[in-house]
Write a protein that binds this ligand. Structure first.
Ligand code: GLN
Length: 234
């Protein structure tokens, strides 16, 4: 099995995420490629996608303009694992408002059932690095860098809280969606990317499972498509 992982490359810390994901694949012993993606056609071929940190308004706008946002949404709804980091988490959310500016008209994927408060930990100069624990996904200790990071509020019933920092939810999981408020890729600690690449397996299993029912369904299909065998005989 070889997996095709993309990092959305509109803007933000793309190279750091490519490096962390490659390292994670190596650790997990999974074969795969990791590259920057921008276009709907590149995104449509992916097995998994990382939405990196950066500026969510800019990333959302650029993805809207080139049509990528539609393909991304479609793929995630079909089960493709996605890892949203900081601005990427904001893009995934159903609802976002800025701590100071309030509600802004920015394109969102609206798939992750949370409300995020942008810049909840302060501005650029308030950036800090902290120890993060995520027991629910088997990460007892990791590091995360908070840069104009959002906090996660108003969590929907299908969303699992994966990590909290200073009483604020900073990492969540909802099925194939993993979202973190901080930057794990800036610390040299690849445990979050390692966990993310392990999420790709279910999707591949899903593909196989999807193929099986097709085989099982062959009988009814043959009944419904009698002309086909005739065509084959020609
Ligand atoms: N504050 C940024 C935003 O709202 C996110 C910052 C980041 O990704 N480090 O998009």
């Amino acid at each position: 099995m070889s997996v095709n992982i993309g990092v959305l490359g509109m803007q933000g810390d793309v190279a750091e995420n490519i490096a962390a994901t490659r390292a994670a694949l190596g650790r997990a012993g999974i074969k795969g490629t990791v590259r920057q993606v921008k276009t709907p056609s590149e995104i449509s071929k992916l097995d998994a996608l990382i939405l990196p940190g950066g500026e969510s308004t800019m990333m959302g706008q650029m993805s809207l303009v080139n049509g990528a946002i539609k393909t991304i949404k479609d793929k995630i709804q079909k089960g493709m694992p996605v890892f949203g980091i900081c601005a990427g988490l904001i893009l995934l959310s159903k609802n976002a408002k800025d701590r100071i500016v309030g509600k802004m008209d920015q394109p969102l994927l609206e798939l992750l059932d949370v409300r995020v408060e942008r810049n909840a930990f302060g501005r650029q100069r308030d950036s800090f690095e902290a120890e993060i624990t995520a027991q629910p996904i088997g990460i007892p200790k990791s590091r995360g860098v908070f840069i104009r990071a959002p906090s996660i509020e108003g969590i929907g019933k299908d969303v699992q809280t994966v990590s909290k920092f200073n009483e604020k939810v900073v990492a969540v999981k909802q099925g194939n969606i993993l979202g973190v408020a901080f930057h794990p890729e800036l610390t040299g600690d690849v445990s979050w990317h390692r966990y993310f690449v392990s999420m790709i397996k279910p999707q591949n299993n899903q593909k196989q499972q999807n193929q099986k029912p097709k085989q099982n369904n062959q009988k009814p299909k043959q009944q419904n498509s009698k002309p086909k065998p005739q065509n084959n005989k020609k």
